[in-house]
Ligand binder design. Structure first.
Ligand code: ARG
Length: 461
């Protein structure tokens, strides 16, 4: 079994059925440059502990640089006989440096501590693309909120008209969860910066290598305190997968709202031609494929997370080959979000709102009934009674096809002695919105304050 990392004690090479199941180069190749970076750092630790001379360290580093260049331009690729990226790269190193020098690098490390480290390096780098994507997405929401500071829309609960709110308030309601996702990534990064390198297969190394050297070279924080935990825990991977999934879920809620907004029935917003698609048979169609794919991919992200968690459940310590299954789900979740985030940001930035229609719809469905009740409370009526009176007014109007401000003064009095003509003062969309001026409310000043707070939180992320 010439060339493999572990052939010596085997009388035969792996059966083809075995090899095909075992192979991971078709997906772990994307860790190749991280593997080489780990090797550069590991060579420094070997040199510091006198296993490599100054010359040998130089030779090792220049061979690794050459290998890195060959991987980058495709001159070096995984071969049919390579089991994983680690084995392939050792083969490549030996091709360049020879077996005498190249064969020294593996001392004191295992693929187990390597892979646990490399996935962290990869996730940390990828998380920066996700962070940028989130910033772009939030910026698009903020831009639209700023472009429509005072436009009312029907606010909904249960999808039913509830109370008028500002469009800017609704848009920012989608921005806050994404801000929290940024904060989650920031918090996660602390844990993702622990360095498992040096844990070896599971028990550490007898060679007296200093794991802090490797961690420092790789830009990671302190080495893991427990080599068993270092090589076999994947909670950091699962946590990353969760945050990615949460981002997908947060985007899917915005997506769902946009899909509704652009229906004929709602008619509240229009998609830009560049961010929508047509139908192969119906010439008039303009479809919201971006939010639909976003909604669909949220399901895929949940599947990736769930699959990963199921892989980890009840795995005995320490490394088990099951752990090879941790990579494809996070690779895929990252790939999906790196497409979804910019597409959604572009779609939001170019949405065209029909603010006249939103203003028309805002008071419909008796969405100012709460304002009647709260007006009565301000007149000293207990809320329980006020709710009753307002409800009777709704029923009165519904039966006669009237809006809440339209019954006569006498009709008002017949419903309740407390229902005075002055109640009409609060029966306007702008008045209802302006009155909700407390922290977090939908009044224009409160939303302006909210926007300041959001931008301040964002500035540190
Ligand atoms: N390819 C493995 C993984 O992705 C790392 C190699 C560890 N293999 C082993 N037989 N100990 O987890």
């Amino acid at each position: 079994n010439e060339g493999s990392l572990w052939g010596a004690r085997f009388a035969s090479g792996p059966a083809p059925e075995m090899a095909i199941l075992s192979k991971s180069t078709h997906f772990d190749w994307r860790l190749a440059q991280y593997d080489i970076a780990g090797s550069r750092a590991h060579a420094i630790a070997l040199h510091a502990a006198n296993y490599l001379s100054d010359d040998e360290l130089r030779g090792m580093h220049s061979a690794l640089d050459e290998l890195s260049a060959r991987v980058a331009d495709g001159r070096f690729q995984a071969a049919e006989s390579d089991e994983d990226v680690h084995g392939a790269l050792e083969r490549g190193l030996i091709e360049i440096a020879g077996a005498e020098l190249g064969g020294r690098l593996r001392a004191g490390r295992s693929r187990n501590d390597q892979i646990a480290t490399l996935i962290r390096l990869w996730m940390r780098d990828e998380s920066e693309h996700i962070v940028r994507g989130l910033h772009g997405m939030i910026a698009a929401l903020i831009e639209q909120a700023k472009a429509h500071p005072n436009a009312p829309m029907p606010g909904r609960t249960h999808l039913q008209h509830a109370q008028p709110v500002l469009l800017s308030h609704d848009l920012l309601a989608h921005a806050w969860p994404l801000v929290r996702d940024l904060e989650r990534l920031r918090d996660w990064r602390v844990r993702a910066s622990e360095s498992p390198y040096g844990g070896g297969a599971l028990a550490g190394s007898s060679l007296g290598l200093d794991p802090r050297l490797v961690a420092g070279e790789l830009g990671l924080g302190a080495p893991s305190h427990n080599s068993i935990d270092a090589t076999s825990a994947r909670d950091v991977t699962a946590e990353f997968a969760y945050v990615l999934t949460q981002i997908g879920i947060d985007l899917s809620r915005l997506a769902e709202e946009v899909i509704f907004w652009v229906t004929r029935e709602a008619g509240i917003a229009k998609l830009h031609d560049a961010f929508s698609t047509g139908s192969s048979i119906m010439p008039q169609k303009k479809n919201p494929d971006i939010p639909e794919l976003t909604r669909g991919k949220a399901g895929r992200l949940i599947g990736n997370l769930t699959g990963l968690l199921a892989t980890l459940k009840a795995l005995p310590l320490a490394y088990n080959r099951d752990l090879q299954e941790d990579k494809e789900p996070v690779f895929d979740s990252v790939d999906q979000l790196r497409m979804v985030l910019p597409a959604m940001a572009g779609m939001v930035a170019t949405l065209e709102f029909d603010t006249d229609r939103m203003r028309d719809l805002a008071p419909q469905g008796f969405s100012l009934a709460t304002d009647v009740a709260e007006w009565l409370v301000r007149q000293g009526v207990p809320f329980r009674d006020a709710h009753e009176v307002s409800g009777e007014l709704v029923q009165f109007c519904e039966e006669r096809g009237l809006e809440l401000h339209e019954p006569s003064d006498d009709d008002y009095r017949s419903i309740s002695e407390h229902l005075l003509p002055a109640v009409r003062d609060v029966l306007s969309v702008d008045g209802a919105i302006a009155s909700r001026r407390g922290v977090g409310g939908t009044a224009p000043d409160a939303v302006a304050e909210q926007l300041r707070a959001l931008e301040e939180r964002l500035a540190s992320l």
